[in-house]
Design a protein around this ligand. Structure first.
Ligand SMILES: Nc1nc2c(ncn2[C@@H]2O[C@H](COP(=O)(O)OP(=O)(O)OP(=O)(O)O)[C@@H](O)[C@H]2O)c(=O)[nH]1
Ligand SMILES: [Mg+2]
Length: 436
């Protein structure tokens, strides 16, 4: 686009981008949010609302108290970010994500770090229990994931300062993946966890994945099988869940000083995350194409409407002009005829010249002939009707003049054409991204 500044690098971090997925997601995001020519801005100028795509996927981890949720996040990032322990450690929601420097943010500032789509978190009381941990870790796919660590769930007397069930359900709906951790200890059958799982399964069952965490603590293989059976039975007892075929991989945090013979499917969790990232990249590229098409079609229909408006305005203007001209010319001719009629032929010739005088006297002659033709007692009525008719013509002229539609200015039309060209460029960029 003319006069457009060269696109600046959206984020100095870009130099540190390691994977194509990360680059594509970042580039797509900046195509939307660019303050000068972002798709969101272009679309909003056309009255279309677009949401920028996410730069990262959201993985929410929920489960009973002490199920190993925070430990899993620490293991994934390979950094001790979240506090872990046997006590109830995580009491609110924590967004754990990568950034330029290690930071712990609380309450309102964490809302900025929370992914844009979860920013409207307006559940009463929850905002005071939000925090964010920013880590510089680049391990596994951490730079493309925002983990949501949730409060450990327990039954009974535990009082949560907010409606924990609806908060987890709401956040789960925003997430791309929801991991439910069941540990082999006594807490495995926590009713609250099952209630939330049931609610989530109704709304977004496809992103719900169950894991038997801390599987190394389950004892012998037979004990582990028994625990699994118990959990699955309990899940199936719920009407909203009994139709799912449960898969429950066993996972635990590898501990070199305490090797276990239990099968560890924790790498499968990483693969699931990676698969979801790849799907997110594809979804983002598809969305970019759809949004570009939407903007282009909005522009072309706007330009088409503008052409129709312009031709409508032309015909309306013609109507207005004709009515206005008749409304002025007819009474003027009428009055002029009477004036001319009082003058003699010689006076007229002298005043207008012979040729013009003849034309004028023919015209006035016609008017005077019509006037004479009207019976004398009808002449007053005629003048009233004639006046009203002329007034109507002038009224119609004004009415038509006000009927025109607002059309685009030349500048606006040029801007739209430029936007359209720019969007075509974006589609080309998208194709290049897909090929890379
Ligand atoms: N053996 C074993 N212990 C684990 C594993 N994961 C976590 N733990 C331990 O279990 C305890 C609880 O772990 P956390 O990660 O704090 O559990 P949490 O689910 O975050 O707990 P809350 O935040 O209180 O809900 C800690 O003492 C961990 O060291 C595991 O895979 N194997
Ligand atoms: Mg925790």
């Amino acid at each position: 686009m003319s006069g457009r500044k060269p696109r600046s690098v959206a984020n100095p971090l870009e130099s540190a981008i390691t994977t194509p997925s990360e680059r594509i997601l970042k580039e797509c995001h900046s195509l939307y949010v660019d303050t000068e020519n972002g798709l969101v801005k272009i679309a909003s100028s056309l009255g279309v609302r677009l949401l920028p795509p996410r730069k990262k996927i959201i993985v929410m981890i929920m489960g009973n108290h002490s199920a190993g949720k925070s430990s899993f996040i620490n293991w994934y990032a390979e950094e001790h970010i979240q506090k872990t322990g046997v006590a109830i450690e995580t009491q609110g929601f924590t967004f754990i994500t990568s950034g330029r420097k290690r930071e712990s943010l609380t309450v309102r500032s964490s809302l900025k770090e929370a992914p844009a789509h979860t920013r409207c978190l307006c559940l009463p009381g929850v905002t005071d229990y939000l925090s964010a941990e920013i880590s510089t870790s680049k391990q596994k796919k951490f730079s493309l994931v925002t983990f949501v660590d949730t409060p450990g769930l327990v039954d009974g007397d535990m009082v949560y300062p907010f409606n924990v069930n609806s908060a987890i359900t709401w956040l789960g709906e925003q997430a791309d993946l929801v991991f439910v951790f069941f540990d082999p200890m006594g807490q495995a059958l926590c009713k609250r966890t099952l209630n939330i799982v049931e609610q989530l399964s109704e709304k977004c069952g496809d992103k719900l994945l169950f894991y038997l965490s801390k599987a190394d603590e389950a004892g012998s293989e037979t004990d582990r099988q028994r625990v699994m059976m118990q959990i699955v039975q309990e899940l199936c007892r719920r009407p909203g869940l009994n139709k799912c075929g449960f898969e429950m991989p066993t996972i635990y945090i590898p501990n070199p000083s305490k090797p276990s013979r239990c099968v560890n499917q924790i790498d499968g969790v990483c693969q699931t995350i990676e698969k979801t990232i790849n799907q997110a990249v594809q979804k983002t590229l598809d969305q970019l194409e759809k949004d570009s098409d939407l903007i282009c079609s909005t522009i072309s229909s706007r330009l088409e409407k503008d052409r129709e408006d312009a031709s409508y305005n032309k015909s309306v203007r013609l109507h207005s002009f004709l009515c206005g001209a008749l409304g002025i010319v007819l009474p003027a001719l009428f009055i002029l005829s009477f004036i001319v009629h009082t003058l003699s032929k010689e006076q007229l010739d002298e005043l207008l010249g012979e040729g013009t005088a003849r034309t004028v006297s023919i015209c006035t002659g016609i008017v005077m002939h019509i006037w004479d033709w009207i019976p004398e007692d009808g002449q007053v009525v005629f003048v009233i009707f004639f006046g009203a008719f002329c007034y109507l013509l002038l009224f119609l002229a004004k009415y038509f003049a006000g009927r025109g539609n607002k059309t685009l200015t030349k500048k606006e039309k040029r801007a739209m054409a430029e936007y359209s060209n720019y969007i075509q460029d974006i589609v080309k960029t998208k194709k290049l991204m897909e090929e890379s």
